[in-house]
Design a protein around this ligand. Structure first.
Ligand code: SF4
Length: 367
């Protein structure tokens, strides 16, 4: 995808921007979601603003990041599980060093260490599951930029007042995986998700990330991509208990897969025929450990997405330009998933940033 028509056009476009003294105002698609949760958190985390990242990230965040890197390796290099497992452990080794260097890291390190067997099992099971796919890999970690205003012509989306200040709003994103699925003859944008709970397919209708990826890619590449949420559940399938008589438990509510149960039969040198009933139940049971949810953009969704983007970016630009990043406190957002509580608290107390506290964060280099 590196030398396709869009990229050739975009290189020329960037030259024109420089000539006309217009700078791209880059808004990452994930940062857009961050802004909607809390503008102040967006200030701390986005590369457009301070670009900070906690130096003691949560164990869950680390697990998700490491699994993403291993999946990238799997799809890019067609790697075997043994190779992926080697990478998985070396990534954890590096991640844990960070905790050793931090005065706050001890408790977080213990939490992180506890995640290691879980992630290993998630990857092992996923690779068995994905081995049946007929996916031709087009790109992994595909980065793109999509300017929302055309130079010297009609706007792609809208003429924003950002342009009058010499900025061109440009959406940027990084797509986990783009494939051509030979089975359904369709190009597909795949977004890997690690999550402890099952995603309800119907709720994807409100999804704000994959739908924007689809919107951008459909417009840039003139191809109707299908979207795929590739979910890996954060749960190790249960190995069936061995009863006192040496047989395996046939508890129908067991949270496991057909493969795990079959392996347990083989490992304990039992007769597969004696377990036909439970194996049949497991083979028809929904797989909640690796799930895929598909979505495509309907024609009537496109103008709604465009209107929404137009309004959101106007608000984001106003907040950014005026430098007033109001906070949006919420028990869930602040208490569970915000790494910037200390910074935010200090701003609430003194209406200014405590620079000593800022030093306790890393500066992000990613997109
Ligand atoms: S602590 Fe809450 S209000 Fe403050 S930045 Fe985080 S999410 Fe926003």
């Amino acid at each position: 995808m590196k030398n396709d028509l869009y990229n050739i056009w975009y290189e020329q476009y960037k030259k024109k921007l420089v000539e006309q003294n217009v700078q791209p105002w880059k808004v990452s698609i994930t940062d857009r979601i961050e802004f909607k949760r809390c503008p102040r958190r967006w200030k701390y985390s986005s590369l457009t603003n301070m670009g900070l990242e906690s130096n003691t990230p949560s164990a869950k965040y680390l697990l998700g990041t490491i699994i993403h890197k291993c999946l990238e390796f799997y799809y890019k290099e067609k790697a075997t599980f043994e190779c992926i497992d080697g990478l998985y452990h070396s990534l954890w080794k590096d991640a844990l060093k960070v905790f050793m260097e931090s005065p706050f890291g001890k408790g977080a390190r213990t939490d992180a260490v506890n995640q290691i067997p879980l992630g290993e099992s998630m990857l092992e099971e996923y690779i068995k599951f994905a081995s049946h796919d007929r996916w031709r890999v087009i790109a992994t970690e595909f980065e793109f930029e999509y300017p929302l205003i055309m130079l010297g012509g009609s706007p792609i989306l809208f003429r924003s007042w950002a342009y009058d200040y010499g900025f061109n709003p440009t959406l940027v994103g990084k797509i986990d995986l783009i494939v051509y699925d030979e089975a359904v003859r369709q190009y597909m944008i795949v977004d890997h998700k690690t999550s402890s709970c099952k995603i309800d397919s119907a709720s994807l209708e409100w999804d704000d990330q994959l739908s924007i990826y689809l919107w951008c890619m459909n417009r840039m590449r003139k191809i109707n991509f299908l979207g795929c949420y590739n979910q890996l559940r954060k749960k190790i399938p249960i190995v069936p208990k061995i009863l006192k008589n040496g047989n395996l438990s046939k508890d129908k509510s067991i949270d496991t897969t057909h493969n795990i149960y079959l392996n347990a039969i083989k490992e304990n040198k039992l007769n597969e025929e004696d377990y036909e009933d439970i194996l049949k139940i497991l083979s028809t049971k929904e797989n909640t450990f690796q799930q895929r949810h598909f979505m495509s953009l309907k024609l009537n969704q496109k103008p709604i997405i465009e209107l929404q983007l137009k309004r959101e970016l106007a608000i984001m630009f106003a907040v950014w330009k005026q430098g007033f990043f109001y906070s949006s406190p919420d028990t869930m957002n602040c208490g569970w998933s915000c790494d910037f509580k200390a910074l935010c608290r200090s701003e609430n107390m003194s209406a200014s940033l405590n620079t000593n506290l800022v030093e306790e964060y890393y500066h992000r280099r990613d997109q």
